[in-house]
Design a protein around this ligand. Structure first.
Ligand code: PLP
Length: 862
C-alpha cells in the first residue's frame, strides 16, 4: 500500500490552516486489517474491535471505534510494533481464522429447506440502517432493527441483499447546553472513513438515474459488506447533479417533504434499478416501512416492459412477491404527501414508465382523502403484511382496516412478527465469555428456550460479579462522558463529582435505573417525575439510594420532545436530586451498549399502544437487567410475572391525563415497594439472591425468544418462503396466473355492489346432542358464478372475546342449486360447542390464486 497525504483547508482567524493527515503504511503481516475494517462483521465481533483497541486504545476511542479512520491515523510505530509483537500476532491470526470460518459456513437446513440459495433472493429495502456508531446512517429503533435484521441474515447465510441511502451527514450529533437546550450539529463524513467501497461494473463506477421533474437525478452506488451479505447504498452527491440534487441524500429525515419524496424516489425506484444493474433477481421483496414503497411502481414498470402484462396484472405479480412491514402507529412515522406534490415529483417518471397517474394515486389513497399515504401504497402493493409485535399487529390491522373495508380488522391480512435484537452485537463480551464456559454451544441455540435453562446453573456470586463488573465499566463511562459535557458547558468540577458520587460508590452498589431512547413525546420520558416529592424521597433514601440515568435525542423539529430534555436537565441540576438523576448527551449505539449492559433496571413508559415493539428492553434483558415497563410492544409478550415488572396500561378511552397519573402511580409503587426492597435485600453475600433469581429468569426467558435470529427465521417461514413461491406462481408461463387473477378481480369489483345474500327458511334455534342444523342461503351473484365466492358459517362459543377463548369454528356452505340468477348454498352443521353458541353467515369473493382469502376486502354478512 502507498502512503499518501491529504490536505484540507479550513479558514480560521484569517490565517488559513492546512490540515495534513499522514497515512501509515500497513506492514505486510497485518495486511488483512484493511479487510477487517471494510466488513461490518466488526460491528458485532468483539475480537476484531479489540485488535484495533490493542494497537492504540486512545486513538481507538478518539476515532469513536471507526476502524477505517483508525487505520488512516494510527502512528506507523504502533503498527510496526504490533506487527512484531508475537502475542498480538497470535490474536490477530485467531481473529482472522474465526472470520474466515464465519464466511465459509453455508446456510443450515432450516434455511435451505425454505429458500434455495441458488435461486431465491430476498431484497430488503429500508431508509436507515444502524450497524455501529462508526456508520451513522440511522436515527433510532427502525435503523437498529434493520441493521440487526441484516446481521442475523448474514449469520444464517440467507440469500439476502439490502438497499438503502448513504447520508453524507447522517443523523445529527446532539449536545445539551448548560440550560438544557438541545443543540443539533451535523457532521459530514467522507466516504473513505466509512465501511463502504464504490460499486464498479467493468471498471466503471455504477450509477443509476431516476427521472425527476425536468431532469434526471443520478446516484452513485456504494457497497457495504456485512459478513455474508451486501448492502447497497445510493448517494446523490455526484457531479452529474446540480447542488440541490447533490444534497438530496445529505441528511436522514432532514429537509422538507419535497426532499423526503425525492429521497424516497431514489430509494424505491433507484434502489430497484441498482439491483437490476447488478443483475440480481430477487424472488422476494421486503419493504421495511413506507419510505421504500415506490419500488412497487418501478417493479410494475419492469414487469410490463418485459412481458405482455398490463398494469393491473403486473401489480398482482409484483404484490404477490412482496412483504410490507409497518413499524409504528404514530402519525410521524407515516409519510403522507399532498396530491400536487406527488403529481409534480412523480409525473415525469410515471409518464416515461407508461404508468397512469390516477391509478398510481389510488394505490396510496387513504380514507378517500386527497393525499398520498406511503403506508397505503405499501399495503396495496404487497400481499404479505406485518406489524412488529402481537399488540402492534392488532393495532395496525385496525389503523389500516380501510384497505379491506368490509373485512373485520381482526381478520384482515396484517399479521405480526415480534422484533428481536442481534445477540452478538448487544450481549456484553463478559457474558458471552461466561456462556462459552457454561454452555459452549449457546450461539447455535438462540431459538431453543429449553437450552437456556443453563442460566440457572451459573453460581449466583459468579453471575452477580459479571453484572457488577459491567456496571462499574458503565459508571466509569458515564463519568467520562459527563466530564466532557460539563467542561464544555462551563459547569464546575464539583457538580460533576456530586452528580456521579452515588453512581460510582462501590460499597453502596447503588441501584441504577436507565431510560434511553428517542425523546418522542409518546414515550413519556417524564412520566416517572409525576409525583416529584415522592420520587425524591425514594431516590435519596440514605440506605437505599437510587440513580436514574437518561439519554436520547429529540428530532430537531420536535419542540415538545426537546422540552422533555430540558425538564430532565433542570431536574438533574436541582440540589434536591443532585447525584440521583443524570442526563447524558448524544445517545448512540456505543452508549446504548454501555448503558444496556450496565444498568440494573431498564425503564420504558410509552403511551399504550404506541410502542410498536421497542427493542432496547430486549437488549437490556440479554445482559441481565430487569425490565420495568408498560405492558406494550414486545414487553406485552415478554413479561411472564417473574422476569421483571409490568405496568398494565389503562383503557385508551380514558382521559390521557388521568391515564398518565394512574400509570405513573403504578410505576412509583413498583419502584418503592418491589424494585428497591428486592434490590437491597442483601444478606451476608453482598447482593440480593432474590434479585439474581429474577434477573436469571429474565435472561433465560427473553434471550431465546426476542433475538434477531428467531425474528429472521420467522420472516423466512411465514413470509419469505410463501412470497417467493407466490411470486413465481403468478409469473409462471409469462404471467398467465397474474393476468387471470387481475381479470377476475376486475370482474368481482364490478359485480360486488350488486351481490345479495339472504337466509332461506329459518335457522333452528336448538338441536339435540349429536344432532345437526341445516343452513341454507340464497345469493344473487350479479353475474358471478358459485365458484367465484365462498359462503361460510362461523360458529363461536358464547364466551367468545374473553381472554383465551378459541377463535370461531368455520364451515363452508356448498352450492346446492341455481335458478333464475339465484344460487342456493347449503350445509349441515353439528354444533361444535356444548350449550349456547353463535352462528354467523357470510360470503366473500374467492379465487384459488389469491394470496390471502380475504385480500379483496369484500365481504357480505346476513
Ligand atoms: C435499540 C436502540 C434504539 C431503540 O430503542 P427503543 O427501546 O426501541 O426505543 C434506539 N437507539 C439506539 C442507539 C439503540 O441501540
Amino acid at each position: 500500500m502507498r502512503a499518501f497525504a491529504r490536505l484540507e483547508a479550513t479558514n480560521m482567524h484569517k490565517a488559513t490552516e492546512f490540515r495534513l493527515e499522514a497515512h501509515p503504511l500497513i506492514p505486510e503481516p497485518l495486511e488483512r486489517l484493511e479487510e477487517l475494517a471494510n466488513d461490518l462483521f466488526y460491528s458485532w465481533d468483539h475480537g476484531v474491535r479489540s485488535l484495533f483497541a490493542r494497537i492504540d486504545l486512545r486513538l481507538w476511542q478518539k476515532v469513536e471505534h471507526n476502524p477505517k479512520l483508525f487505520l488512516r491515523r494510527v502512528a506507523q510505530d504502533r503498527l510496526n510494533e504490533a506487527s512484531e509483537d508475537r502475542a498480538f500476532l497470535a490474536e490477530y491470526r485467531r481473529v482472522l481464522s474465526s472470520y474466515d470460518a464465519y464466511l465459509e459456513a453455508g446456510p443450515g437446513p432450516e434455511v435451505t429447506e425454505k429458500l434455495d440459495p441458488e435461486q431465491a433472493l430476498v431484497a430488503y429495502f429500508c431508509a436507515e440502517f444502524g450497524f455501529h456508531e462508526s456508520f451513522p446512517i440511522y436515527s433510532g429503533g427502525l435503523g437498529i432493527l434493520a441493521g440487526d435484521h441484516c446481521k442475523a441474515a448474514s449469520d444464517l447465510a440467507l440469500p439476502f441483499v439490502a438497499v438503502g441511502l448513504l447520508y453524507r451527514q447522517g443523523y445529527f450529533i446532539q449536545s445539551i447546553d448548560a440550560h438544557g437546550q438541545q443543540i443539533a450539529r451535523y457532521q459530514s463524513h467522507s466516504s473513505d472513513e466509512l465501511p463502504i467501497t464504490p460499486v464498479e461494473i467493468d471498471g466503471n463506477v455504477l450509477k443509476v438515474s431516476v427521472p425527476f421533474p425536468d431532469r434526471d437525478v443520478v446516484a452513485r452506488v456504494w457497497e457495504a459488506r456485512v459478513g455474508h451479505i451486501r448492502l447497497y447504498l445510493l448517494d446523490s452527491n455526484t457531479e452529474e447533479n446540480g447542488p440541490e440534487d447533490q444534497d438530496l441524500t445529505l441528511q436522514l429525515y432532514g429537509g422538507d417533504e419535497s426532499t423526503r419524496i425525492g429521497q424516497e424516489m431514489l430509494l424505491g425506484i433507484g434502489g430497484t434499478r441498482v439491483l437490476e444493474a447488478l443483475g440480481l433477481k430477487p424472488t422476494v421483496w421486503h419493504i421495511n416501512e413506507g419510505h421504500a414503497a415506490f419500488q412497487i411502481l418501478e417493479r410494475c414498470r419492469n414487469t410490463m416492459m418485459n412481458s405482455e402484462l398490463g398494469f393491473e396484472s403486473a401489480l398482482e405479480a409484483v404484490a404477490g412477491a412482496t412483504l410490507f412491514t409497518t413499524h409504528t402507529p404514530v402519525p410521524a412515522g407515516h409519510d403522507i404527501f399532498p396530491r400536487a406534490l406527488v403529481h409534480h415529483a412523480l409525473g415525469r417518471y410515471l409518464e416515461e414508465a407508461g404508468l397512469d397517474f390516477q391509478k398510481v394515486f389510488a394505490l396510496g389513497a387513504k380514507d378517500g382523502g386527497d393525499s398520498f399515504n406511503m403506508t397505503s401504497l405499501g399495503l396495496r402493493g404487497s400481499r404479505y403484511h406485518n406489524g412488529v409485535s402481537r399488540i402492534h399487529g392488532g393495532v395496525a390491522s385496525m389503523m389500516e382496516g380501510d384497505i379491506w373495508p368490509q373485512v373485520p380488522p381482526a381478520e384482515n391480512p396484517i399479521g405480526y412478527i415480534t422484533n428481536g435484537v442481534h445477540v452478538p452485537t448487544f450481549l456484553a463480551p463478559e457474558w458471552s465469555s461466561l456462556f462459552d464456559i457454561q454452555a459452549p454451544t449457546w450461539k447455535s441455540e438462540l431459538r431453543n428456550p429449553d437450552f437456556w435453562e443453563f442460566i440457572d446453573q451459573i453460581p449466583d456470586y459468579h453471575y452477580w460479579s459479571v453484572h457488577k463488573a459491567l456496571k462499574q465499566q458503565m459508571g466509569e463511562y458515564i463519568v467520562r462522558r459527563l466530564k466532557r459535557q460539563h467542561k464544555r458547558n462551563g459547569t464546575g468540577h464539583s457538580v460533576t463529582d456530586r452528580m456521579t458520587r452515588q453512581l460510582i460508590s462501590s460499597e453502596k452498589d447503588t441501584l441504577v435505573i436507565g431510560f434511553a431512547r428517542r425523546f418522542a413525546t409518546y414515550k413519556r420520558a417524564t412520566l416517572i417525575f409525576a409525583d416529584l416529592e415522592r420520587l425524591e424521597r425514594i431516590l435519596t433514601n440514605q440506605d437505599r439510594p437510587v440513580v436514574l440515568v437518561f439519554a436520547g435525542k429529540a428530532h430537531p423539529k420536535d419542540k415538545p420532545g426537546q422540552q422533555l430534555i430540558k425538564v430532565i436537565h433542570d431536574l438533574s441540576m436541582h440540589p434536591s436530586l443532585m447525584g440521583h438523576l443524570i442526563l447524558l448527551e448524544d445517545y448512540d449505539q456505543a452508549m446504548a451498549r454501555r448503558l444496556l449492559s450496565g444498568v440494573d433496571v431498564w425503564l420504558n413508559t410509552p403511551e399504550y399502544p404506541k410502542e410498536a415493539s421497542g427493542t432496547s428492553g430486549e437488549k437490556a434483558a440479554l445482559n441481565g437487567a430487569l425490565n420495568l415497563s408498560v405492558l406494550d410492544g414486545w414487553w406485552g409478550e415478554g413479561y411472564n410475572g417473574k422476569n421483571g415488572w409490568g405496568i398494565p396500561p389503562r383503557d385508551t378511552e380514558l382521559d390521557p391525563e388521568f391515564r398518565n397519573e394512574e400509570e405513573a402511580r403504578d410505576l412509583i409503587d413498583l419502584i418503592e415497594f418491589e424494585v428497591v426492597p428486592l434490590y437491597y435485600d442483601r444478606a451476608s453475600q453482598g447482593f440480593s439472591k432474590g434479585w439474581v433469581k429474577r434477573s436469571k429468569a429474565s435472561m433465560k426467558s427473553i434471550t431465546p425468544r426476542f433475538n434477531a435470529q428467531r425474528m429472521v427465521m420467522d420472516y423466512v417461514n411465514n413470509y419469505y418462503q410463501p412470497a417467493s413461491q407466490q411470486g413465481a406462481l403468478l409469473m409462471a408461463e409469462g404471467g398467465q396466473v397474474a393476468v387471470a387473477l387481475a381479470d377476475w378481480k376486475a370482474r368481482v369489483r364490478q359485480a360486488w355492489p350488486g351481490v345479495e345474500l339472504r337466509v332461506v327458511g329459518c335457522v333452528k334455534s336448538s338441536c339435540p346432542h349429536n344432532g345437526a342444523v341445516e343452513l341454507r342461503v340464497e345469493a344473487a351473484l350479479n353475474g358471478l358464478s358459485a365458484a367465484d365466492v365462498r359462503v361460510e358459517c362461523l360458529v363461536s362459543p358464547e364466551c367468545t372475546g374473553t381472554h383465551g377463548s378459541p377463535g370461531p369454528d368455520s364451515f363452508f356452505l356448498e352450492r346446492e342449486s341455481e335458478a333464475e340468477g339465484r344460487t342456493v348454498f347449503a350445509t349441515r352443521v353439528q354444533p361444535p360447542y356444548p350449550g349456547l353458541q353463535t352462528l354467523r353467515l357470510r360470503m366473500y369473493p374467492y379465487h384459488e390464486s389469491l394470496t390471502h382469502p380475504l385480500e379483496m376486502g369484500a365481504m357480505l354478512w346476513v
